[in-house]
Write a protein that binds this ligand. Structure first.
Ligand code: ADP
Ligand code: MG
Length: 342
């Protein structure tokens, strides 16, 4: 039961999407109030945290030797415990700013790959940040709810969440995850594929952020007849000097098609492993894509082509998880059903 007294009116319950690339925080009744990269910069020797979020991401690729910029959840597991906790506490405090006088409920969406120990640590961080109760929910479930899928119905709902570090595919029916799989091929892998391609073909060294920009600007897995082009600046391996080259969509296609195919195969395997009745539902229900990677040009069409199923991209795919978590703040019954048990 939710007590709807004064505290109900000034509720400061939080919904958090602790993503491998981005962390989003929504306030009950208000929507998304914070959206920052899941990045931390630290002093190498002392391991002291210097900055978190946007500020830390700006430093990526531009730091002197004694500073390190890390993404503590990069691989869908908590690689750096302390940093993840520092980041989580910082975001919660920042989201609450002056309203720390009511102890909130916090629901946190976590990558489905994290371990029992990591889950406990995330929960404790929420408590340390002042939460009265902390619930955890698996991100594919949150993404499905946030994309408006009828997760409580006895039908097969397939959600494909392509983030930075991981791609998660899940089949959900009757508020439970029937099948799920997480692979470490997602947005970051595609960026790395672009970095490698530029190295191979042009002897050009570019940073991760440049590669990500290129992907967003030109990336496609369905090249067009008249390809778009862009200029890329990096460092020439041979001369060590800055160099600019012009590159087209078809080249980016060559660079990224392999990781894109791994994502398609992950969906195909999921379909093969889904119980037949639920798989049959997918002919009508189709597959819903969420996460930033869902916006990669042509990926929906490629999956449609390879599976023969209807494929749609969630409205605002970067917000699917946080929207789902936020919906659970309002629906305690569903929350009890879908949250991860202690
Ligand atoms: P996570 O949930 O793992 O934090 P997000 O869902 O926030 O990840 O998605 C981040 C990923 O989406 C990044 O790899 C980013 O480069 C990618 N991305 C964002 N916008 C686009 C776009 N328009 N096209 C392709 N990829 C995109
Ligand atoms: Mg995500």
């Amino acid at each position: 039961m939710v007590i709807k007294g004064l505290s109900g009116l000034v509720s400061n319950d939080l919904a958090i999407d602790l993503g491998t690339a981005n962390t989003l925080v929504a306030l009950r009744g208000k929507g998304v109030i914070l959206r920052e990269p899941s990045v931390v910069s630290l002093h190498k020797d002392t391991h002291r945290v210097l900055s978190i979020g946007k500020e830390a991401k700006r430093m990526l690729g531009r730091v002197p030797g004694n500073i390190e910029v890390i993404r503590p959840l990069r691989c869908g597991v908590i690689a750096d415990f302390e940093c993840t906790m520092a980041m989580l506490r910082y975001f919660i405090t920042k989201a609450h700013n002056r309203k720390r006088w009511v102890r909130p409920r916090i629901i946190i969406g976590v990558p489905s790959g994290i371990t029992q120990v990591e889950k406990r640590a995330v929960r404790e961080s929420g408590e340390l940040a002042g939460a009265r109760a902390v619930y955890l929910i698996e991100e594919p479930m949150a993404a499905a709810i946030g994309s408006g899928l009828p997760v409580t119905e006895p039908v097969g709902n397939m959600i494909l969440d392509i983030g930075g570090g991981t791609t998660e595919v899940a089949v959900i029916s009757l508020a439970g995850i029937v099948y799920s799989r997480s692979v470490r091929v997602a947005g970051d892998t595609i960026d790395e594929a672009i970095v490698n391609y530029m190295k191979r073909k042009y002897n050009l060294f570019i940073g991760e952020r440049t590669a990500e920009d290129l992907k967003i600007q030109l990336g496609t897995v369905m090249p067009q007849e008249s390809p778009r082009t862009a200029h890329v600046t990096g460092r020439d391996f041979l001369t060590g000097l800055p160099k600019t080259v012009e590159i087209n969509e078809a080249e980016i296609y060559d660079a990224i098609i392999e990781p894109a195919r791994v994502i398609v195969e992950t969906v195909q395997v999921a379909l093969e492993r889904t119980p037949p009745e639920l798989a049959a539902d997918m002919i009508d229900q189709g597959i819903v894509m969420a996460g930033g990677g869902a916006m990669l040009d042509g990926l929906d069409a490629l999956i449609r082509e390879e599976t023969g199923l209807p494929v749609t991209i969630a409205e605002d795919p970067l917000l699917s998880v946080v929207k789902g978590v936020c919906a659970l703040l309002e629906d305690i019954d569903l929350l009890e059903k879908v949250s991860i048990e202690r």
